[in-house]
Design a binder for this molecule. Sequence first.
Ligand SMILES: Cc1cc2nc3c(=O)[nH]c(=O)nc-3n(C[C@H](O)[C@H](O)[C@H](O)COP(=O)(O)OP(=O)(O)OC[C@H]3O[C@@H](n4cnc5c(N)ncnc54)[C@H](O)[C@@H]3O)c2cc1C
Length: 482
Amino acid sequence: MHPLCKTRTRIEKANLMSSPVFPDTTTGAVAHDRLRALGVASLLVPGDAGYPAAIAGFNLRVAHRPDLVVAASSAADIAHAVRVAGELDLSVTVLGLGHGIQRVVDGGILITTTGLASVTVDPGQRTARVGAGTQWQAVLDAATPHGLAPLCGSSPLVGVVGYLLGGGVGPVARSYGFAADHVRELEVVTGTGDIVRADPTTDPELFWALRGGKHGLGIVTEVVLDLVPLATVFAGGLFFPASQARAVLQTWAEWSATVSDSVTTSVAVLRLPPLPHLPEPLRGQTVVHVRVAIVTDDADAAERIVAPLRAVGPRLIDAVTELPYAQIAMVHQDPTEPMPIVEGGALLSDLDADAVDALLAAAGPQADVPLVMVELRRLGGALGREPRHPNAVPGRDAAYSVFVIGAPVPELFPVLPGIIRGVLAALTPWRSPRSLPNFLGSANVAADYRGAWDPETRARLDAVRAAVDPRGVFGFDPEGVN
Ligand SMILES: Cc1cc2nc3c(=O)[nH]c(=O)nc-3n(C[C@H](O)[C@H](O)[C@H](O)COP(=O)(O)OP(=O)(O)OC[C@H]3O[C@@H](n4cnc5c(N)ncnc54)[C@H](O)[C@@H]3O)c2cc1C
């Protein structure tokens, strides 16, 4: 573990969430008055008591400074805000739960969506109607009592809409595909302030683009998504000591290449801080965390599938067992407290023994790098198959994803992107040219963003963006973070 990680594990949130210099509020004040006259109730400008809390997301590294916050409580609020922004030549950015936004909003209007959060489950249709600003946890809470599962990601605290727009790779993804493949319809505010619906028959092109195109395609106010009939999984995590890293990763790489589509799995080298809430064997340790989720009713068969992993050696913690889907967060055990994140990701076409050794040399337990997580996820299975209504999700032919998160230490922020790029560069021979938008971060370079989609898909997405947002109100940056 890097020395700074040991000594600085707690982050001073106040320093990161407030800015000493607020932007000029003149334009924000004009927008404020116009929106107030239009009946938009919840408006915040710099200096208002609720302003810092409204703009704070999960990633504390990103400290926004908008001229005006529109805390939307309806699609109409958002439509008014977009129209007024267009009239005043202000940019518009949308904030969900703040897990993924990379661009620091400096000026303009920031629309927050948690006021639209809602979930209605239709058990007969096996669908959920979900408002923007909703966390996956709320959908889990509403769906799992009916034996139905939403295809959430590793952390149920992530926002539903941001996750879906970027594809969405969850703990049972190899069985069911991308979460975006299971979206039935979306309601969207366009760059001209129109409220439109996108489904396979109404605006099919926008429907195609929103599911995987991620940015600059409008502000989604509501989605209808399919739930899958899944009450339990055989799932959880195996924690191995750092001394076993090479054996675990090499075994996992071989094993994960052969497992059936019923098995979704990932592995991460974690450099854990000495926090009191962590179980004692993990506290302050570097460990290897293998995650498994098997869609089956046959516990004996599942035990046999996991056996080669257990055979590697003693585990610090072994918690792979039959799990109610309501507890799916136990598979990854992602952090739940907001933290500053510097991250970067890539897709791999292959993961052979040399690739594992290259990754271990760059970021394994022996490498002196300030990284909290280096994660490999096995893709393929249903992720590789186009859904009934094709969408813009890239990277379907990739075999693995790699995702790297730096230590949450502000003093290291200037150097972390270079260190993360170094880890990704070590995997160059195995890299796919494509990327998953949800796994691109501030350490990725413009070429990663540009190349996420193949040229044809990218051109098609740009055509939809031009139609949806002819004035460029959403400020989509084709070269970088959004
Ligand atoms: C701890 C953690 C675990 C994660 N696990 C996974 C995982 O397992 N699988 C996976 O695929 N991803 C995962 N992600 C990535 C996550 O899915 C994306 O970052 C997602 O965009 C987060 O959405 P949000 O609302 O929380 O974030 P925000 O930062 O609020 O939004 C991110 C972006 O989504 C878009 N967006 C959000 N709301 C709207 C809206 N209403 N209309 C239009 N655009 C909108 C915007 O472009 C915005 O910049 C994880 C991220 C974290 C931090």
